[in-house]
Design a binder for this molecule. Structure first.
Ligand code: KIV
Length: 273
């Protein structure tokens, strides 16, 4: 059957992502950080996998994304690329790799690409990152931008609250988005900004926007996979839709296993050699 959606078997590339924006096909992105989850995300038909530095929170238990290292990001990215057949894999440049020195940024991006086999990097920030982004793009590495709530700057913002509510910050975000596009970014994440602003930015750019807490006017959406699958019971921001309640499923299943072990109901005769 012929549909207007991307061929489910064909590898997703920057070219396909650009074509999806052109024909108004929404882009589905989800994070993953390990082989087993990435296999499922890929097989589900996701377009892009983000190996986000949110691994610092959901995999390592840190309170922010700042502590995760380049080596740790590369490790997570390697686990994901080993699993993936179809998704395009984008890897976050961790905090500190793009702060002021574009030599460090370029060397870090090259390490991510060479050592993980991923297909793009993501960089948080606008105008102040243009030098780094331009050099990385010039080296042949696709870059996804990230504006709005940029968690690596949480200490500057003072909270994980909504960004660009006021006119001055909204104007800066619009200008940053244009600069990212001019610098060669193939897409840009818009995190936790008013939906009307995100829709305006999405209409004004030729590259796709991927929203998280930024409304349906974005060209695509991204969520952290543990959040979307309800594995993290303590985290329920307004923008999050939970597509499963895996925390309950996992705890109930493990409780059943414990009961079976204690009662000698497991293993049964058919589960022995
Ligand atoms: O690290 C991450 O998971 C992200 C997404 C929330 C966009 O940057």
């Amino acid at each position: 059957m012929s549909t207007n959606t991307t061929d489910n078997q064909q590898k997703v590339t920057t070219l396909r992502v650009a074509q999806m924006k052109q024909r108004g096909e929404k882009i589905a992105m989800m994070t993953a950080y390990d082989y087993t989850m990435a296999t499922l995300v890929d097989q589900a038909g996701m377009d892009l996998i983000l190996v986000g530095d949110s691994a610092a929170n959901v995999m390592a238990g840190y309170g922010s994304t700042l502590p995760i290292t380049l080596d740790q990001m590369i490790y997570h990215a390697q686990c994901v690329t080993r699993a993936v057949r179809r998704c395009m894999v984008v890897v976050d440049m961790p905090f500190g790799t793009c702060s002021g020195n574009s030599d460090v940024a370029l060397a870090s991006a090259i390490r991510i690409m060479k050592e993980s086999g991923a297909e793009a990097v993501k960089i948080e920030g606008g105008e102040e990152m243009i030098d780094c982004i331009s050099r990385i793009v010039a080296a042949g590495i696709p870059v996804m931008g990230h504006l709005g709530l940029t968690p690596q700057s949480v200490n500057q913002f003072g909270s994980y609250g909504l960004r660009a509510k006021g006119e001055a910050e909204a104007e800066k975000l619009k200008r940053d988005a244009r600069l990212l596009q001019q610098a060669g970014c193939f897409a840009v994440v818009l995190e936790k900004i008013p939906a009307a602003l995100a829709a305006e930015v999405s209409r004004s750019l030729t590259i796709p926007t991927i929203g998280i807490g930024a409304g349906v006017g974005c060209d695509g959406q991204v969520l952290v996979v543990q959040d979307a699958l309800g594995m993290n019971q303590g985290f329920s921001p307004k923008f999050l839709r939970k597509y499963a309640d895996l925390a309950t499923t996992i705890k109930t299943s493990l409780g059943q296993y414990i009961a079976d072990v204690k009662s000698e109901n497991f293993p049964s005769a058919s589960e022995c050699y």
